[in-house]
Ligand binder design. Structure first.
Ligand SMILES: [Zn+2]
Ligand SMILES: [Zn+2]
Ligand SMILES: [Zn+2]
Ligand SMILES: [Zn+2]
Ligand SMILES: [Zn+2]
Ligand SMILES: [Zn+2]
Ligand SMILES: [Zn+2]
Ligand SMILES: [Zn+2]
Length: 362
């Protein structure tokens, strides 16, 4: 449990740089899902395809528990009659996604059997509830989640083009499917009360839902494509009414001002909450590593959203204490590099050559 926690604790406390960079690579094929420790334990028993508990991930979106993308908690669902019949795959599962929209779901359906343990599979609450074909019984139990997982492994998400998509557009004849985090990222409309998704193409139908499609600020439907969906309360807000953006990373796992909790400690006091300028997620100043004493006056970006424009290094690959420049758009190394280019012609010539003043100006 502790290990799982550390896996998803806010990125500022990401356990090791190695694991973070592994998560970042787009091509996750071939990277073993099991951690070295877990692999040792199960090494003699490779036939067993059960997922090691310490890095349990959702069989639909492939994110860990307490993801930043609003899927709620991971739950275990028992398999009904139907069990996956594929032979155990030679391909190990990819690493669980690191809440990065490019690593949601799976790139290969051969991992199907590995998604199930002996009695069923693990799926986030919201990923399960919204899935096509999943039924809610009177005592709030969910049925056929395992079937949704099996068909999900064959379905590409309309947004991220990866497998594991299980949430279908509500409009008859529309065959668009999404992962839960991608539903919001794609700009689809989501109704929490009716568990209905309308893809961007069919978003006009949201007007028929009446009040549910109204913005909580201006009490009107207004521009539907601008509505952000709160994964906490299900209310909708126009991005412009809150004066924020509506980028995919802001939309995915978005929480309204009333529901916003610290991504590191979850509920807790709502004082000293920093809101990331890029993804609109909240973090306590004291939950950051290193902790901040006070709220900065300049726009702030969480580690997940820091990307060096120069070399492409991402905040998650660097220690939390790494220095950033230019509104978190330049890493320390590139900043030093920049300040050491030739001051006369400002050419760094060939960056791989080194940083001496260029021959011409010397
Ligand atoms: Zn999920
Ligand atoms: Zn997707
Ligand atoms: Zn549609
Ligand atoms: Zn509004
Ligand atoms: Zn809310
Ligand atoms: Zn916190
Ligand atoms: Zn952020
Ligand atoms: Zn850089």
């Amino acid at each position: 449990m502790d290990e799982q926690k550390s896996n998803c604790e806010e990125n500022d406390s990401e356990p090791t740089d190695d694991s973070a960079s592994a998560h970042q690579s787009i091509s996750l094929q071939g990277s073993p899902r099991v951690s070295p420790a877990a692999a040792d334990k199960s090494g003699s028993n490779t036939a067993s395809s059960s997922t090691p508990e310490c890095i349990r991930a959702c069989a639909l979106c492939n994110c860990v528990d307490r993801s930043l993308l609003g899927q709620r908690e991971l739950r275990h669902f028992r398999s009904s009659s139907e069990r996956p019949t594929n032979k155990p795959s030679a391909f190990p599962l990819p690493q669980p996604g690191n809440d990065d929209l490019s690593s949601i779901g799976f790139s290969d359906s051969s991992c199907l059997t590995a998604l199930f343990d002996d009695s069923g599979c693990w799926v986030h609450h919201w990923c399960a509830v919204w899935s096509d074909g999943v039924k809610q019984t009177e005592d709030e139990e969910l049925e056929d989640v395992d079937k949704a997982v099996i068909s999900g492994t064959q379905r590409l998400c309309e947004y991220c083009k990866r497998l594991g998509a299980s949430i279908q557009c509500h409009v008859e004849g529309c065959s668009r499917f999404y992962h839960f985090p991608c539903s919001a990222a794609s700009g689809s409309f989501q109704s929490m009360k009716q568990l209905v998704l309308l893809c961007p193409e069919h978003i006009d139908k949201a007007e028929e839902l009446g009040e549910e499609a109204w913005c909580a600020v201006c009490d009107s439907v207004g521009e539907l494509t601008e509505l952000l969906f709160c994964t906490g309360c299900g209310l909708h807000y126009h991005a412009s009414c809150l004066e924020i953006g509506a980028t995919p990373i802001q939309r995915a796992g978005w929480q309204c001002p009333e529901c916003k909790v610290c991504q590191t400690c979850q509920p807790g006091e709502d004082s000293k909450m920093l809101v990331c300028d890029a993804c609109d997620k909240g973090y306590h100043t004291f939950c950051l590593q290193p902790a901040m004493d006070s709220l900065p006056s300049d726009p702030w970006k969480c580690r997940r959203c820091r990307v060096c424009m120069e070399c492409g290094v991402r905040g998650l690959m660097l220690p939390g204490s790494a220095q950033w420049f230019e509104n978190y758009n330049m890493c320390e190394e590139c900043q030093q590099h920049r300040s050491s280019v030739c001051c006369v012609c400002s050419k760094a010539a060939n960056p791989s050559v080194g940083l001496q003043c260029c021959g011409i100006c010397r």
